[in-house]
Design a protein around this ligand. Structure first.
Ligand code: NAD
Ligand code: WQD
Length: 343
């Protein structure tokens, strides 16, 4: 029997790619999203790609009653993947209470309902941001946390603690997945990042500049003690990331997880500089990019990349896509979006 998985934040960037991966790997999916940072166009793409129309609920998870309706309609939910959250670091500094309320109240509600309705597996979207301003890379899951650099980062640290404390002495198991820098789009060109808020992350900024939505872009800092002076990050293709969620659920469903709460880093395990990403984009697409070398962005970590050997060893997860795949799929998606008149 195909296990039924509730995907919160499922019309968002990583959630939509994960729904596709779940459907392609023997699971059924139900999606809930408030659409505060997405629209429902991915549901059409998912139908085109898989032939499946999945149940969708437009609901804010902070609304307990509306969220409970999903569980009433689907009492057979076997697992939850909780993506729903606000994620703009800068906005979280300006509006910390918005972030604490949205990201933590929604988590508390979905955990409460998961326990009341007997769900057995809970996967949480965490982030490498929990490690804060690290001094060494690669970081593994035992690397101690530093002070969170933003209220957004704090919601991920607190979120992990809420889950760990709540599940102790219950029969629900959880996995906290710490993503590094997700990027790229589905190779079909039908699905990718399509946020309501203007994207701030490097790869969409590059593609939006290349297509002409932005006049130019800035490389934030070229005086870091790295090989070319710009920051180092670990860019992971969204489809590789999506597949890790399916593997994490199966790890719990198949009874292979002993710990109550497992933690896994998800990155490619190799750091690239901002200038290397720009070089890869220009080389792979043949498009030249208008950019300027600017000052450091406050709050940026000089370098962070992952040790993901635990995910390889226990989940059997290995990222397959390269940086060339990331920039080429992101570029195809940007062109398709623009042709369809999307901002
Ligand atoms: P996204 O904004 O595309 O998706 C999040 C979705 O959650 C959106 O569709 C939004 O409408 C929905 N949402 C937000 N608050 C909600 C609420 N209260 N009720 C219902 N729906 C709500 O972002 P994403 O990049 O797909 O990120 C998914 C998760 O991964 C988030 O938890 C994010 O913090 C985490 N994460 C993202 C990155 C990244 O760089 N993209 C990195 C690390 C962790
Ligand atoms: C990557 C690099 C920038 C834009 C953020 C969150 C983190 C996680 C992933 C959610 C940095 C540089 C960027 C630009 C640039 N998200 N850059 N010009 O900051 O590593 O991480 O997303 O959990 O929590 O903080 O990602 O894509 O913003 O930046 O030079 O216009 O690109 O300085 O070195 P970041 P990013």
């Amino acid at each position: 029997m195909r296990p039924k998985v509730l995907v919160t934040g499922g019309t968002g960037y990583i959630g939509s790619h994960t729904i596709l991966d779940l459907l392609e790997n023997g699971c059924d999916a139900v999606c809930v999203d408030s659409c505060i940072n997405s629209d429902t166009s991915c549901l059409k793409a998912i139908k085109e790609l898989t032939g499946t129309e999945i149940p969708f609920y437009k609901a804010d998870l902070c609304d307990l009653k509306a969220t409970e309706q999903v569980f009433r309609d689907h009492p057979d939910i076997a697992g939850i993947i909780h993506f729903a959250a606000l994620k703009a670091v800068g906005e979280s500094v300006e509006k910390p209470l918005l972030y604490f309320r949205n990201n933590l109240e929604s988590l508390i509600n979905i955990l409460d309902l998961s326990l009341r309705y007997g769900v057995k597996a809970f996967i949480f979207s965490s982030s490498c941001t929990v490690y804060g301003d690290v001094t060494h890379s690669p970081v593994d899951e035992n690397t101690p946390w530093q002070e969170a650099a933003s209220p957004y980062g704090r919601t991920k640290q607190i979120g992990e603690q809420i889950i760990t404390d709540t599940l102790r002495h219950t029969d629900m198991k959880s996995i906290l997945l710490r993503y590094f820098n997700p990027a790229g789009a589905h190779p079909s060109g039908k699905m990718g990042e399509s946020p309501i808020n203007p994207p701030q992350n490097l790869v969409p900024v590059i593609t939006e500049t290349a297509i002409g939505k932005r006049k130019s872009m800035t490389v934030f800092g070229t005086d870091y003690p790295t090989r070319d002076g710009s920051c180092i990050r670990d860019y992971i293709h969204v489809c590789d990331l999506a597949h890790a969620h399916t593997l994490a659920l199966k790890y719990i469903f198949e009874g292979r997880q002993d710990e109550q709460t497992g933690i896994f880093n998800l990155g490619i395990g190799n750091g690239l500089t901002v200038l290397e990403i720009i070089e890869a984009f220009q080389r792979v697409t043949g498009v030249s990019l208008s950019y300027i070398l600017g000052d450091r962005r406050p709050g940026d970590v000089m370098a962070i990349y992952s040790d993901h050997t635990k995910a390889g060893r226990l989940l059997g997860w290995e990222p397959k896509m390269t940086i060339d795949d990331i920039v080429s799929t992101a570029w195809t998606w940007e062109k398709n979006r623009s042709a369809a008149g999307k901002s």
